[in-house]
Structures are given as structure tokens and as C-alpha cells.
Design a protein around this ligand. Structure first.
Ligand code: NI
Length: 191
């Protein structure tokens, strides 16, 4: 297992739409080893997700997992999920405001609108189809990671720059209110 270097905002690889992975490629030891490294790097950096282009590999693969995460203590848990060539389709018009951060955007958080309910179509790491519905905060995490694969960062979607804050000031001034919002989103959507 190798820990990979995480690209930081300003690096062009983060702005390049990633390319689809063929089923043949997905089965190769090179890609399977890369997915292991992506997961190890996400764990090491305590991310809730990590997209392949964040580690300088512009393929449509991302990892998502939320356990007991000290960066996001209020996030509902998500089991380790690998999405290959994911396509997200919003269900309905409902949106919520998510306070996001990113391993590629050091020490910054900001509020973005996210769809509250999505259909997710993708392959898992073994090439099996995934067709699932995700909701609430979890849907926000999925949208953040899939945005990376299109060369988008959460800062592109911050509608009010006055919500931008460092992690320290988030904890001091915004976390309590956001936890309340998270509680109502989880109550409503179950995740
Ligand atoms: Ni990110």
C-alpha cells in the first residue's frame, strides 16, 4: 500500500474532467492496486471521500466512507463505497445547505446547496453494477466526490462567500448551528 500525494487547489489536475474506466481496465492489478492506495490515502487523511483525480490520477473513480471521523463528527455513517464511472441523477427539487470542506482545499469550509435525494448508478470495484438511492447528508458527500470527477470543487458552488471560514472558526462560530441543521436533515431523510 502506498500513500498518495493529494493535489491542492490550484493544481490543474483538479480542474480536468476525469475519464471513464473500462471494465477491462478495472480488472487489472494496476487499477485494483490504485483503488487500495486511494482508500489508504483517504483513511490516512481522515477524509469522508477521495476522488482519483485528487491523487493525480484522472479516472472516474472515487472512494467514500464515513466512520468515526474526527473531521466530520456529525456526519451519518457511510460504509466504504467505491464508485466507478458514477452518474448521479437528482430525485425531486429539494435541496439543503451543506457546510463542506475538502482535502484539496486546505483549512477552508463553506456552504453549498446540494440535492437532498439522488439516484446513483455506478460500478463497484469489481465491476458489479450499483443502482441505489442516497439521501440527506450522505447525498451531499456523494455530490461532492462526483463533482471532483467533473473538475469541480466545492468552492465553485459556495453561493455566499461570507460563509467561507477556516476549520477553527467553523468549530468556534458555525458548528453548533450546522449540527442543528444536520439533525433536522437526518430526521427528515434518514441519513
Ligand atoms: Ni473534496
Amino acid at each position: 500500500m502506498t500513500l498518495l500525494k493529494i493535489a491542492q487547489i490550484g493544481h490543474p489536475v483538479l480542474r480536468q474532467p476525469a475519464r471513464r474506466v473500462t471494465l477491462e481496465e478495472l480488472g487489472t492489478p494496476a487499477i485494483q492496486g490504485f483503488i487500495d492506495d486511494l482508500v489508504a490515502t483517504m483513511h490516512d487523511a481522515q477524509g469522508a471521500g477521495l476522488a482519483a483525480n485528487q491523487v493525480h490520477t484522472p479516472l472516474r473513480i472515487c472512494a467514500i466512507e464515513v466512520g468515526d471521523n474526527p473531521r466530520y463528527p456529525y456526519k451519518p455513517k457511510i460504509p466504504l463505497t467505491i464508485l466507478v464511472n458514477p452518474v448521479l441523477t437528482p430525485i425531486g427539487d429539494e435541496r439543503f445547505e451543506n457546510y463542506e470542506g475538502c482535502l484539496s482545499v486546505p483549512d477552508l469550509r463553506g456552504k453549498v446547496w446540494r440535492h437532498a435525494e439522488l439516484r446513483v448508478e455506478a460500478l463497484d470495484r469489481h465491476g458489479n453494477p450499483i443502482d441505489a438511492i442516497v439521501r440527506g447528508i450522505t447525498a451531499g458527500t456523494y455530490q461532492h466526490e462526483c463533482d471532483h470527477l467533473d473538475g469541480k470543487l466545492f468552492v465553485d458552488r459556495v453561493h455566499d462567500p461570507r460563509t467561507l471560514c477556516t476549520w477553527k472558526e467553523f468549530a468556534r462560530h458555525h458548528e453548533a448551528a450546522f449540527r442543528e441543521e444536520v439533525r433536522s436533515i437526518v430526521a427528515r431523510f434518514g441519513s
